[in-house]
Design a protein around this ligand. Structure first.
Ligand code: DOR
Ligand code: ZN
Length: 344
């Protein structure tokens, strides 16, 4: 049986939710990842250092003690975030970044930034302190086609932002288009991107296989095949600007299968297996460890993990559903098989 032992990876984009739902899912991540950048889009969002630290403690309390899992916290940027909050963030070890949701773009983005110019003083302070800005890179304008929202964001918001703050560290999250890949490749070394397994494995046709597939619905929405191939190429290229971020975003089955289904794919269940399968198919297994375990840590200025994990080429059946608070959770690739899995 083929095995591969690598430094234990980090997940640089993860939604853990809270309470009983978090307790149901967190150990799938803790088993596979040493650390995770935890998204702040709870309701209400995590907008202050105090809120982030109390969320940090709730996370640690729900992790199985056999794992050395370290949550890396983020604050939710709003029009009202004060530059003085950044001074406290910088002194608070567990908080590593701020997340910018343009208002109205995704789950719990109602408190998001209405105009990036409103937070320029905050960005100034972040840049001085080398604190990364994590970006949900889509516009919410209803006159922009949903499949073009990432591309238009690059043109209207991201390019000018990078020109104005060329030393600001930016992570363009869950990139989904060739336009985003090209932008990151051509940008300076302060710009990096996370890549999810779902944006590598699926294209927009996978939303409509025979019938509508709500469990493949996420934001940014899946794009065309040429976009998928560009994202796949970036992930497996060995370029340090690209690193692992699952954007695993659990929603209960009833919320996904309702008349206005929530966006989000629970990809944490066998994420490392998914990435290993992807890299092996491309004959790029030698590039897996840098993508999963080095590039992100290096970008964030974190020490690479000492702990190791072994991946096995052994077919893993993905369950149809998992427990999730008082509902059920349908994992990514439910009912299917993945060729690889991490040893648990
Ligand atoms: O599909 C998504 N789900 N995209 C996001 O940006 C947010 C996430 C969530 O929190 O459910
Ligand atoms: Zn996300």
């Amino acid at each position: 049986m083929q095995t591969l032992t690598i430094s234990k990876p980090d997940d640089f984009h993860l939604h853990l939710r809270d309470g009983a739902a978090m307790a149901n899912i967190i150990n799938y991540s803790a088993a596979q990842f040493s650390r995770a950048i935890v998204m702040p889009n709870l309701n209400p969002p995590i907008t202050t250092v105090d809120m982030a630290m109390s969320y940090y403690n709730r996370i640690l309390n729900s992790v199985n003690k056999k794992y050395n899992f370290e949550p890396l916290m983020t604050l939710y940027l709003t029009d009202n975030t004060r530059p003085s909050e950044i001074d406290i963030v910088v002194q608070t070890e567990p908080i590593k970044a701020l997340k910018y949701y343009p208002v109205g773009t995704t789950t719990n983005s109602d408190y998001g930034v209405t105009d990036i110019k409103k937070v320029y003083l905050v960005l100034e302070s972040m840049m001085k302190n080398q604190l990364p800005l994590l970006i949900h890179g889509e516009v919410s304008d209803t006159d922009v086609n949903v499949f073009d929202r990432e591309k238009v964001f690059i043109e209207k918001v991201l390019s000018p932002l990078v020109d104005d703050f060329c030393e600001l560290k930016i992570v363009f999250e869950h990139i989904s288009t060739k336009a985003a890949v090209d932008f990151v490749l051509n940008a300076n070394s302060n710009i990096a991107a996370t890549i999810t397994p779902q944006h590598i494995l699926l294209n927009r046709d996978d939303l409509f296989n025979e019938s509508f597939q709500p469990h493949n619905y996420c934001l940014p929405v899946l794009k065309e095949e040429h976009d998928r191939l560009a994202v796949l190429g970036a992930a497996t290229s060995g370029n340090p600007k690209f690193f692992l971020g699952t954007d695993s975003a659990p929603h209960g089955r009833t919320k996904k299968e309702s008349g206005c289904g929530c966006a989000g794919i629970f990809s944490a269940y066998n994420a490392l297996g998914d990435y290993a399968e992807i890299f092996e198919k491309q004959n790029k297994l030698d590039k897996l460890e840098p993508f999963t375990s080095f590039h992100g840590a290096d970008f964030y200025g974190l020490k690479r993990n000492d702990e190791k994990i072994t991946l096995t080429k052994k077919e893993k059946k993905i369950p149809e559903e998992l427990p999730f608070d008082n509902d059920k959770l349908v994992p990514f690739r439910a009912g299917g098989n993945c060729a690889w899995q991490a040893k648990r």
